[in-house]
Design a protein. Structure first.
Length: 471
């Protein structure tokens, strides 16, 4: 999943489904009139968790605000995928301390992956934080805030999932689009990844529960859903379906895609080692499933892939990518690539460039290796690559992928595509920012509210976006 940062804003869509526990349904709202601010770092899973935290805050009588410096409650949802994510978290907490000094009644809550990993370290580095909690006990946030108000700061980080995020109330950013958690945790052992430590082992939701949630979303006007899991290709492997334990993600795609009112189904993230033909055929044969596949490569060197514990080699990756493109017409592919993994040589990096040139990804999320404490790669310090070498390689990769992205986008000029408006552009309110089924950003002149479908003719293309004219 690709990391970024979002903020829950007062204009967000509120959806408070019936809570799944008696305690939540009978709890009185105790913070009527108070305001909250949520800052989210990290991937889509963190975004979805923040929506659920916001839903619980709404249930407790609070309202969202853009003014974090005067908010009664500030929730920081942390990420630990790279070192700079930790640095940004502590930098934000330092900034918030100044506001808490002015307003001692401000409550600071820190949750998410960094809190799950660091636990008492967060308390040690930022003793002014009122609540430190992890990724497995989102449903406890109000109780922990109650404790902090009555008894003082508290840290509660548990190692087993207490409640699926999708079982909690939600406050969505967009009315027309929604995240749906289908699975949490990961059973892989990628040596660079901290996710298994902070999210736990794979746990899949029952397919019927997922479909019912999507049906409720469709009834509320949602037209696009994104299915979330750390490795969606293994979804259902921990469930006994028809007396067997097997991945059933292809079946789930078909069922979700058949829900009336849902016109677009997306998902993230699959794993190349587990991607199978049945999923590709479900994508091709289910009208609502979008023609976009995020297919993380990480490296083009078999030697580095082995050191990463990725479970596949270059040929296997390319064969499965070719299979997906053959089965799914018009497929757009994005990827993740790490530069400078411990032990990476010039020859290894050249192999990565070869794969990128051959694969011709529409988009790539490119990262400089960051050693995360608690991962196997962090113990490979004797093989770390020099910073200047990594930066030079990274610059070459970015230059190559930018050229390919531009060429891929130019191939679309002159065609007609369907786009879904996400609302006015941040730079120009008279231009709508929309997205194609393949996940490409398309700018369209005119005022088109979020959730509006348009057929457009693509008139020009840039490296990271298209320009369309309504037909």
């Amino acid at each position: 999943m690709s990391p970024h940062m979002t903020v829950i804003s007062p204009s967000s869509q509120v959806l408070l489904p019936t809570p799944t526990t008696r305690e939540r349904s009978t709890r009185p709202a105790t913070r009527q009139g108070k305001s909250y601010f949520i800052r989210t770092f990290g991937c889509q899973m963190n975004e979805h968790d923040s929506e659920r935290i916001a839903g619980l805050f709404e249930l407790d009588g609070m309202t969202a605000t853009d003014a974090f410096d005067t908010a009664d409650v500030v929730y920081v949802n942390t990420c630990t995928i790279r070192e700079n994510a930790d640095n940004r978290m502590y930098g934000n907490l330092g900034q918030l301390k100044a506001f808490k000094d002015i307003n001692p009644n401000m409550m600071l809550v820190v949750g998410g992956c960094a809190a799950q990993k660091d636990r008492e370290l967060v308390r040690k580095k930022a003793p002014w934080v009122d609540v430190v909690m992890g990724t497995h006990n989102l449903d406890r946030v109000l109780d922990l805030m109650d404790h902090a108000e009555q008894w003082g700061p508290i840290t509660e980080v548990v190692d087993e999932l207490q409640a699926m995020p999708s079982s909690l109330p939600v406050r969505r950013e967009l009315e027309h689009s929604a995240w749906v958690t289908i699975q949490v945790g990961c059973n892989n052992t990628c040596t660079f990844c901290i996710v298994p430590s902070v999210r736990g082992v794979e746990v899949s939701r029952r397919p019927g529960d997922i479909v019912r949630e999507v049906e409720r979303l469709a009834a509320d006007g949602v037209v696009e859903v994104t299915l979330l899991g750390q490795n969606v290709d293994t979804y259902g492997r921990d469930l006994a379906i028809d007396g067997r334990r097997r991945p059933i993600f292809g079946d789930l795609l078909r069922r979700v895609g058949e829900v009336d009112g849902i016109r677009r189904v997306r998902f993230t993230s699959p794993h190349p080692n587990d991607f199978r033909e049945d999923v590709a055929r479900a994508m091709a044969e289910t009208d609502a499933v979008c023609e976009h596949l995020h297919f993380p490569l990480q490296s083009g060197s078999d030697r580095i892939l082995s050191a990463m514990h990725r479970g596949y080699h270059r040929k296997k990756y390319m064969d499965r990518l070719a299979m997906a493109r053959e089965i799914i017409p018009g497929l757009a592919v994005s990827t993740d690539i790490i530069v400078g993994f411990p032990g990476e040589t010039d020859d290894d990096f050249e192999l990565t460039l070869e794969v990128v040139e051959e694969a011709r990804f529409d988009q790539a999320f490119m990262f400089i290796f960051s050693a995360r404490p608690g991962t196997a790669a962090a113990d490979m310090a004797d093989q770390f690559v020099a910073d200047d070498v990594i930066q030079a390689r990274f610059n070459r990769l970015v230059e190559l992928q930018n050229r390919i992205s531009s060429e891929r986008n130019q191939e679309i000029v002159g065609t007609q595509i369907e786009v879904l408006s996400e609302g006015p552009s941040r730079k120009d309110p008279l231009v709508a920012t929309a997205r194609s089924r393949t996940g490409k950003v398309v700018h369209v002149a005119g005022v088109y509210p979020a959730g509006t479908f348009l057929d457009v003719s693509v008139v020009s293309a840039a490296m990271h976006h298209l320009v369309g004219t309504p037909i």
